[in-house]
Design a protein around this ligand. Sequence first.
Ligand code: ITT
Length: 200
Amino acid sequence: MSADKCSIDKLLLATGNAGKIREMRELLTPLGIELVTPAELGIDLEVDENGETFEDNARLKATAFCAASGLPSVADDSGLCVDALGGAPGVHSARYAEPGGRKRKLLENMENTEQRAAKFVSSIVCAFPNGEELTATGECCGEIAREPRGDGGFGYDPVFYMAEFGKTMAEMTDDEKNAVSHRGRAMRELVQKLKEYKVN
Ligand code: ITT
């Protein structure tokens, strides 16, 4: 086996978020593993994300999808932590407001503050049918913009501004985002661990 390949043949991308699937695919493709989605397998699973940390929730999703599919399953739990809001919305990022209203609510809550610092966090768990797991995390620092800009990416990307690039994450290409993002960093750590992982 080449040092760049790994001993797993097939991996489930354990998420219903199309943006995450696109980014995870891009980052896992060099491993040469077959990547499948829950939709492709006809798996429709609602996991109760009641953990206290990103890693707890990533583990809940990864183990549930692994049990349902019998395949090694990679889940990402991620979110936006805003300093001026005491780290909110954090693990509640997906439930901060109704879909479509999250960015507006965030900008409203930030209207009267000059303190704009924020970070994206991604925690990734790969659960294996034998009960083993691999974990990885990544963070990306930036600031909350005054208004949304750009139509790439997903979620809070249009309001997450990175001064060093003079762009919001939604103004970056997928490759530019993956090079610096929380998920890109976490996935590169996972890819390294997958290369070293030996199936028992
Ligand atoms: P799955 O649980 O099915 O993976 P989800 O969208 O519900 O999909 P999370 O529970 O991890 O995912 O919620 C994370 C939310 O945080 C997500 O819906 C976005 O609103 C936000 N988020 C995470 N990563 C992001 C990114 O790279 N860019 C913009 N927003 C992001």
